[in-house]
Write a protein that binds this ligand. Structure first.
Ligand code: ADP
Ligand code: MG
Length: 536
């Protein structure tokens, strides 16, 4: 008896769904893309329980005829590709005809749609790949409801995370799509609360502002360029707006959010010499390339693409961003003493009004009997503030006369509010203001004129990306805040300030390093100076 048989279509679709639909956010992405392809200008997304119970996407696009509505959930059913030649000129987000069939095979789907210009529509229900009902139903545009995702694939359902985590993934997807399509308005409602409302925007610039706020946009440089048929429009972080984490890095090819390590590398290369301690640039990169030169058919969720010729694209990214950024100062090391002769931890003999010399605007030099001490004023100040924050004393937190409204992305908003009591211990008092906005009521003296949005975003991204297990949450947050509060290089300190800094440092539990582990002071002892001058 033969052993081989062809799998029935329902099982084929279930298997295929494994590649395309990983979690609720994948459904959201596929449905939004279909609405985009249907020419919609307004897309509404509603979610219950992080999308596990319901994902509903409604649009005002072209809609479908009854016949098409009955066909669209079949595998390989697509209106976007007719013949092989089309495969090399893809201008739509979808083309494989797999999404709806995959979704319908692992969830309970209700599709209500009517072709544009008519209200005579149809409602089709499909559960786990089986058509349950077909009815006439008036509609404008298309609404697709997806309930009980993975109800018939328990192994998959088990892998779903807590509903806030799934919601975060959905927010990421909606954000990506909103960035890719400024000409479309989006709204996202989760458990009956509207958490994103993004009206139609006139430009990318406006879209970034709608999502992240004006202050965030101020930290970016815009750059447009066109070479050899490749168009690049990008927003990249100014030197003053680099991040300690890889948040806010976006790359779109022909409006498709993709990952591409080599183009990301081009961005980092453009920042060479600027990145320093904070190692990650923010970037929003939008490239438009002739579809003939890009193969989007290499990944089931189209997350990756293949380029016919990567080099010109790499170069345009590198040279474009490099031009947008001011040149870093070239510093030539000049007779640096070798590590063997410098010490980081010799006792500093501190006396009030110790005479000092500013070295540039970041260091001070002090002389004492023991030799020469160099202090990194930012690192020293960070250490002092960090210990002060952890002890919760001398914070000098003041209620603001004019509380500040800060608009955040939804994720940031969520984690900031859920950690508001810890922030309060550190002198930052925030309250919910709805619509992804918080009100800052109190701040420490040192933060009064700081970029509070940047600080909250920085704290949020460190909470979102997770705290390393060897550190406590409080310590991590204290280090973050201390870093923002402390003297940011580029300040020449007065005598009283130096006195204060040195006496505060002296009283620290661990005065020799900043909270990130960099030295606060380096001592060149007389002994070692003699060695360096070959006196011994
Ligand atoms: P693909 O997008 O790759 O064509 P899908 O399975 O996502 O495959 O969708 C199948 C077809 O259903 C699409 O080609 C399109 O014709 C139709 N369709 C899906 N969603 C919509 C929508 N929101 N509005 C109009 N037509 C739609
Ligand atoms: Mg599609």
């Amino acid at each position: 008896m033969s052993q081989i048989h062809i799998l029935p279509p329902i099982l084929r679709n279930k298997i295929a769904a494994g590649e395309v639909i990983e979690r609720p956010a994948s459904v959201v992405k596929e449905l939004i893309e279909n609405s985009v392809d249907a020419g919609s200008t307004d897309i509404r997304i509603e979610i219950l329980y992080g999308g596990k119970r319901l994902i509903k996407v409604s649009d005002n696009g072209n809609g479908m005829e009854k016949e098409d509505a009955l066909l669209c959930c079949e595998r390989y059913a697509t209106s976007k590709l007719l013949n092989e030649a089309d495969l090399y000129h893809i201008r739509t987000m979808g083309f494989r005809g797999e999404a709806l069939s995959s979704i319908a095979s692992v969830a309970k789907v209700k599709l209500v749609t009517a072709p544009i210009g008519t209200h005579q529509g149809v409602s089709v229900e499909i559960h786990g790949g089986e058509v349950k009902s077909v009815k006439d139903s008036p509609s404008v545009g298309t609404t697709i409801e997806v309930r009980d995702l993975f109800f018939n694939t328990p192994a998959r359902r088990k892998f779903l995370k807590a509903h806030t985590t799934e919601l975060f993934h959905i927010v990421d997807r909606v954000t990506q799509q909103a960035l890719a399509h400024p000409e479309i308005g989006f709204s996202l409602v989760s458990d009956n609360h509207e958490i994103m409302r993004i009206p139609v925007a006139a430009s990318l610039r406006e879209r970034i502002m709608q999502i992240y706020g004006e202050e965030f946009l101020d930290g970016l440089i815009e750059m447009d360029r066109e070479i050899a048929g490749i168009t690049m429009n990008c927003f990249v972080a100014k030197e003053s707006n680099l991040r300690s984490r890889k948040s806010y890095q976006f790359l779109f090819i022909n409006k498709r959010p993709i990952r591409d390590p080599s183009l990301t590398h081009a961005v980092y290369t453009a920042y060479e010499g600027i990145l320093g301690q904070k190692k990650h640039p923010v970037f929003f990169l939008f490239l438009i390339i002739d579809p003939v030169a890009v193969d989007v058919n290499v990944h089931p969720t189209k997350r990756e693409v293949r380029f016919e010729n990567k080099e010109p694209i790499y170069n345009i990214v590198l040279s474009g961003i490099r031009e947008a950024l001011p040149l870093p100062l070239q510093s030539k090391p000049y007779g640096v003493p070798s590590a063997s002769v410098i010490s980081e931890a010799l006792e500093l003999e501190y006396r009030p009004s110790l005479s000092f010399m500013p070295l540039g605007d970041a260091f001070i030099a002090l002389s004492g009997q023991g030799g020469l001490t160099l202090i990194d004023q930012h690192a020293a100040h960070e250490r002092v503030l960090y210990e002060r924050l952890l002890r919760g004393v001398d914070l000098n937190s003041n209620r603001l006369l004019f509380p500040k409204q800060v608009q955040l992305s939804h994720k940031e908003y969520h984690v900031i509010l859920s950690n508001s009591s810890t922030l309060k211990d550190f002198g930052i008092e925030v309250e919910d203001f709805g619509q992804n906005t918080v009100i800052v009521r109190s701040l420490t003296e040192a933060l009064k004129n700081a970029d509070i949005r940047g600080i909250l975003a920085d704290i949020a991204s460190c909470l979102i990306e997770g705290i390393s297990p060897d550190r406590e949450l409080r310590e991590t947050l204290a280090a973050k805040i201390a870093c923002h509060q402390s003297v940011r290089g580029k300040t020449i300190l007065k005598q009283e300030e130096v006195d204060q800094l040195l006496s505060d440092l002296q009283r620290c539990l661990h005065p020799d390093n900043c909270p990130h582990g960099r030295p606060t002071r380096i001592v060149l002892s007389l002994e070692n100076l003699k060695k360096m001058f070959k006196r011994t």
